[in-house]
Design a protein around this ligand. Structure first.
Ligand SMILES: *Cc1c(COP(=O)(O)O)cnc(C)c1O
Length: 390
């Protein structure tokens, strides 16, 4: 492996050169891998999706990038589209999930400032959370292993256990400005937030006049079988962040907010040179148009049920290995009783790719447009892999 790269990733010795739908081909190898991780919940429409290739190619030959000091009509069109489909009124475009969350934090702070409560600077966050790897967002995630050695970060996050309303109330203080939560903790082990807990958070935020902020970087844009995961408990956020599946492999992030809360984000309070880049805009709009079709989301829910039922059967057959199936839509986790590194390795040998979540959960986050035959094939390959590990 190349010594010229930062050694920050634990990479397996496998390199892909092309893909089609849920199939990936390694360099010089004609036998494909079945991709049930989709670049960690990113390639929502599969690899080399013809529609996406076409819009990207057309835009690439017209115009790539212009400065945000000009109107960008493709940005306006995508923002209108997101506003129409969501509870938000305003959108800021950036290039990644961490940046979208960073913007969410800044938007909240500015709202406190312009509404005459600048002392409100703190956020309640949850154990096991993932919000990104910038200095602010890794502090929000609060994971000790990730913070070690980086010195002082933003000191404004009060972390409590998930689904524990008493703990949330206990941590409220006069400086609390908002609550930041993922509707499903994806990387933290596919842990579902209870619907009643979400509703209680909304009630608490209303009562205290503080903000409810959802990190939908992983759960948004159809991943859970609804356009946004907040539709399941029907709890609306004041601010939310999107990235991963929004660009289906093209870098993009978005921070969305209500009119009321976005008031503080006035001219020159925030910017991103490449945010809202035309290539990203046309790709994301095509993704949104595809995913928001009712029959598409219905398909996601149907495939999810199929996969879930097969995984539940697997838990019964292999109850010495697995504990339970978790998650929603096509963000499903298979909780193992043991660390899963060996099993993931065996799965790769069976030409099945899944993502880990925490140390002991196999995460299924495939392209959203897979078919029943791909579910069957994935489970067949998983069983084959299981037979090769002790
Ligand atoms: C992946 C992820 C992020 C970080 O996104 P990047 O694009 O890697 O910066 C933030 N929040 C959640 C919930 C994520 O899953």
């Amino acid at each position: 492996m190349s010594g010229s790269l930062f050694d920050v990733y634990a990479r397996s010795d496998l390199a892909f050169e092309r893909g089609t739908g849920p199939w990936l081909y390694a360099v010089g190898d004609d036998e494909p891998y079945l991709d049930m991780m989709a670049g960690i919940a990113v390639n929502s429409l599969g690899h080399a999706n013809p529609k996406l290739v076409e819009v990207l190619r057309d835009q690439a030959s017209a115009l790539w990038h212009v400065s945000n000091t000009y109107r960008i009509l493709e940005q306006e069109a995508l923002a209108d589209c997101l506003v129409r489909l969501s509870c938000a009124d305003k959108v800021f475009f950036c290039n990644s999930g961490a940046e979208a969350m960073e913007c969410a934090i800044k938007t909240a702070r500015r709202w406190a400032f312009v509404s005459g409560r600048p002392e409100r600077t703190r956020f309640i966050t949850f154990e096991g959370a993932t919000h990104g790897r910038t200095m602010a967002t890794m502090a929000a995630g609060g994971k000790k292993k990730y913070l070690e050695g980086f010195g002082r970060t933003l000191d404004c996050f009060d972390q409590v256990p998930l689904n524990d309303m008493e703990a949330v109330k206990d941590r409220l203080c006069p400086e609390t400005l908002g609550i930041i939560i993922e509707p499903i903790q994806g990387s933290g082990g596919v842990r579902l937030v209870e619907d009643v807990f979400m509703k209680s958070l909304r009630d608490l935020c209303d009562a205290e006049d503080i903000l409810l902020i959802f990190d939908e970087v992983q759960t948004g844009v159809g991943r859970t079988g609804k356009m946004f995961a907040y539709e399941w408990p029907d709890v609306l956020p004041d601010i939310f962040a999107l990235a991963k599946g929004l660009g289906a492999g093209f870098p993009i992030g978005a921070c969305l907010a209500s009119d009321r809360v976005a008031t503080g984000m006035t001219t020159k309070t925030h910017s991103s040179t490449l945010g809202g880049n035309l290539l990203a805009m046309v790709v994301a709009r095509t993704v949104i148009e595809e995913v928001s079709r009712p029959d598409f989301l219905e398909h996601v829910r149907r495939i999810s049920e199929l996969l879930r039922n097969k995984l539940i059967a697997l838990v019964q057959d292999y109850d010495h290995v697995f504990e339970e199936v978790r998650g929603r839509g096509l963000l499903l986790g298979l909780k193992s009783k043991l660390p899963i590194a060996d099993l993931l390795f065996a799965m790769r040998r069976s030409r099945l790719l899944c993502a880990p979540a925490d140390d002991d959960v196999i995460r299924f986050v495939p392209p959203l447009n897979i078919e029943p035959e791909h579910v069957d094939e994935a489970v067949t390959r998983l069983v084959a892999a299981l037979k090769t590990v002790k």
